[in-house]
Structure formats: C-alpha cells, structure tokens
Ligand binder design. Structure first.
Ligand code: EPZ
Length: 421
C-alpha cells in the first residue's frame, strides 16, 4: 500500500493545472444510461473513482472507451443487459447509487444496492427513495437492495426536499427527465456539480429550468439523444491547492481555477490573509505578508462553505495566529483528521460538530493515517510546513479524488514523494 512522504520546506511557486471535477463526472457517467446513443465526456480526471464507476456501468451493459489517455470517455448504453447494480461494486463507491434515477427513468426498473454508511457519516438515502415514490415508482428495500419499478413509466410531480441534498437532487433530476409531465424539485441542491449535470442533460435534449437555483423545473420528454460534454474544473481540488501557499508560503497559479465555483470559500481565504487574483489562465493565490488570521467557518450547502474543504481549512488554521471555530453541519463525523493533526503538534478540540483550533508556531512531521479522501489531503497540506518528515499512510483514499497530487505539488516546489510499500 502506497504512502506519501512530505518534508516541510520553503515557499511554493509556479502553476498547477486543475483537473475535471470528480463529483461532476461521476454523475455525467450515470446520465449516459438515459440514452441509447453515445455520450462523450471530455476533461475527465484520472481517478480511482472513475474506474470503479466504470465497472458498475459495464456490469449494466454500458460500453465505455477511454480515449486520449483517459481524458475522454465515450459511453454507450445502447444495449443495457441488466438493471441490477451489485453490492460488491456499489460498496466501493457511494456515488454509484446515482445509477438509480437514470435506470428507473429509462427502463422502468432498477435494483441498486444500498450504499451503506462511510467514515464521515450515516449517509442515509431516504430522500432519494421519497423522490422516486413521489414520481410514482414502487420502491421496496429487500436484502440490502432498493428495488424500484414503474412499468408504466414515471409521472411528473412536486418533490420538496427536506434538505438540499446533492445526491437526492441529482437522482430525482435524472429520473424526472423522461417522466410524463412536469416535475418541480423544491429546496434543490445548487452545487456547481448539480448545475453541470443539468447542463449535460439539456445537451442531451432534456427540458430543465432553474438548475443552480433551489427550484428546478423539469418538463419530461420521450427520449434523450447523445452529446459531447466537457467536465467543469474541480472546485475542491482548486480550494485544496489554494491553501497550499497559505501554509507553505509563496504564490501559485491554479490553471482553470474559477472564483464562481468557490464564492464563500474564497471570501474566507481572503479573511485569513490570502491574496487572490484572477488571471487569464485561472486564479493566482499568494500568501500575504502578515500571519495567517484565524477565521470562523460553518459548512453549508452551496453557495455556503463546502464541507469538502473543511479539513483542508483546518490544516491552515493550525498555523494561524489565534483561535477559531470550525462548525461541520453537513456530516456527523467529519473531524477524523483532527486526531492525526494532533499527532503533528496541532491544538484542536472537537466537541460534537464543532472544532476549536488554536494556531501554533510550529508543527512536526509524524507518521499519520488517512481516514477519508479530504482528511488525507489535509495531512499532506499540514506536512508542507511541518518540521521533519510526515508519512501519510493509506493514500488509496487520496487517489480516489486527487490526480497525481505529489507530482502537482512537487512541480511548484514542495518536497513530496510517493513511496510504494
Ligand atoms: C455529495 O455527496 C458529494 N459526493 C460529497 O463529496 C459532498 O460532501 C456532499 O455532496 C455535500 O456537498 C459526490 O458528489 C459523489 P448529500 P452526497 O446528499 O450526495 C444527508 C467528497 O469528498 N442525507 O448532499 O452523498 C446525508 O447523510 C464527497 O468528494 C440524508 O439524510 O451528499 C448528509 O449528512 C464526500 N438523506 C447530508 O444529507 C438523503 O436521502 C448531505 O448529503 C440524502 C442525504
């Protein structure tokens, strides 16, 4: 199992290209199930999660060709051979639960393994199921699987979500595009990934209004056609790399970075002392002269502060001059990085959904354990300024969502390497 070694060293400089968004491309791949024509995706990131989801789609009969070294995916769900997404595949990747909407929308039948919980929380799917039932599907939970059927097809309706869930909005959206009549999703997720999914569906012939707002209106159509769609930049990878120069010093340019993808995060970064400039190629982030300022944060659905950047922000606050609080409101167990940061000399107290971070002048490298995707990258970021060597173990978590992170960081001057054990 690989690990990553980081040695604290001086300021960073240069540029990092931002890859396509993991949380967008996964949903666009599922959308391919909605048509019997080819869907081609470009600017695809090379990530373990993409390969895992490809296995799920192929098991349903989807053909997938990787082109241009994996940067382009050509998906063809012309001949679906199964409507069952198996536990052995779904348990490896929760996002594969989002084949449910497209399958029932297109074929009137779906048997999808319940995804189960994960390190960061229970991850219930009650809102996904409620949405399908409102669209007229008969849903049964049996042997750990969701059995959904609608032999006469789905029927447009109103779907009020009790929480702006990303996954539930997206499953409802993909189910409703081929339903008879009009569907209105209320309190919908407004994440850029959800908007990008709607844009792809529109390119495939769907009729959707209001994506990116909290009310999405879908006029069902008889069929969707093929399309070619580019994947938007990954705002979480972007935010992660924006934090690197704040911790290690210096200035880097994020090629393809866009401020509109991270509005509240960028504000909090500026409050902490970051100088953020838009450039022709993206965004430039420079560490200001003074110390890092402690900033209170509370995670929230978009356009609020992204929960997927909370761990990375904590790593930065470990070096701030003073104390702040970080409140996690989306997932009930998303401070697994805190005990590992303590091993490096950080001062973090966690109580329920709130972490109180008091900055220290120095941290020291240590062997630490990655517990989930975003927690693992926060340890790498902390290692960029810690004395000595930090060894991050179980980096398979990292490879799920970051493409060649050690190469991207060493290209801007970080002392980092992957060790094959
Ligand atoms: C998506 O997860 C992302 N994953 C997550 O990114 C991200 O953290 C999350 O949205 C929030 O932004 C992908 O897109 C693949 P939710 P999702 O449904 O769709 C509860 C990463 O690091 N809930 O918005 O699962 C749920 O338990 C990952 O890249 C219900 O209770 O998120 C959670 O507490 C991690 N019932 C909250 O809502 C439901 O039916 C938010 O979940 C659905 C959700």
């Amino acid at each position: 199992m690989d690990s990553i070694l980081v040695r604290g060293n001086g300021p960073l400089s240069g540029a990092i290209p931002i890859a396509g968004a993991k949380n967008t491309v996964l949903k666009l791949m599922c959308a391919a199930l909605l048509t019997d024509e080819p869907l081609t995706l470009t600017n695809v990131p090379r990530l373990a999660d993409i390969r895992t989801l490809s296995d799920v789609l192929v098991s349903l009969g989807c053909e997938i060709a990787e082109l241009s070294g994996g940067r382009v995916l050509a998906l063809n769900a012309g001949e679906l051979t199964s409507c069952k997404a198996d536990y052995d595949l779904v348990r490896k990747l929760r996002a594969s639960f989002n084949v449910l909407g497209p399958l029932i929308g297109r074929t009137g039948q779906a048997i999808v393994s319940m995804p189960g919980g994960c390190a960061i929380g229970a991850r219930a799917v009650d809102m996904h199921i409620d949405a399908l039932e409102r669209l007229g599907a008969k849903v049964e939970l049996k042997d750990g699987y969701v059995h959904a059927s609608a032999p006469q097809g789905l029927k447009g309706t109103e779907i009020p979500l009790r929480f702006a869930s990303v996954g539930a909005t997206e499953n409802a959206l993909t189910a409703a595009v081929l339903a008879k009549g009009t569907t209105v999703i209320k309190n919908a997720a407004r994440e850029p990934d959800t908007k990008a999914l709607a844009d792809c569906l529109i390119a495939m012939g769907a009729q959707i209004e209001g994506a990116g707002t909290s009310e999405i209106v879908i006029q069902g159509v008889d069929a969707l056609h093929g399309a070619t769609q580019g994947v938007i930049p990954d705002r979480i990878e972007l935010g992660t790399f924006m934090i690197a120069p704040m911790i290690a010093g210096g200035s880097i340019e994020l090629l393809g970075g866009r401020l509109d993808l991270i509005p509240s995060f960028a504000e909090k970064m500026q409050e902490a002392g970051a100088i953020i400039e838009e450039t022709p190629a993206g965004l430039k982030v420079t560490r200001g002269d003074g110390p890092i300022t402690p900033v209170n944060v509370s995670t929230a659905p978009f356009p609020g502060f992204p929960t997927d950047l909370q761990a990375q922000f904590m790593a930065m606050m470990c070096f701030a001059e003073g104390t702040c609080t970080l409140e996690e409101t989306i997932f009930e167990n998303r401070f697994m990085h805190a005990p590992e940061l303590l091993r490096m000399g950080a001062k973090v107290e966690v109580q329920g959904g709130t972490a109180r971070v008091t900055g220290v002048s120095e941290m020291t490298g240590a062997p630490v354990m990655a517990t989930d995707l975003r927690a693992s990258v926060s340890l790498i970021l902390a290692g960029l300024r810690s004395k000595g060597e930090t060894t991050v173990n179980r980096v398979y978590h990292l490879d799920r969502g970051y493409e060649r992170i050690e190469e991207k960081l060493s290209a801007v001057g970080a002392d980092i390497e992957r060790v094959k054990n």
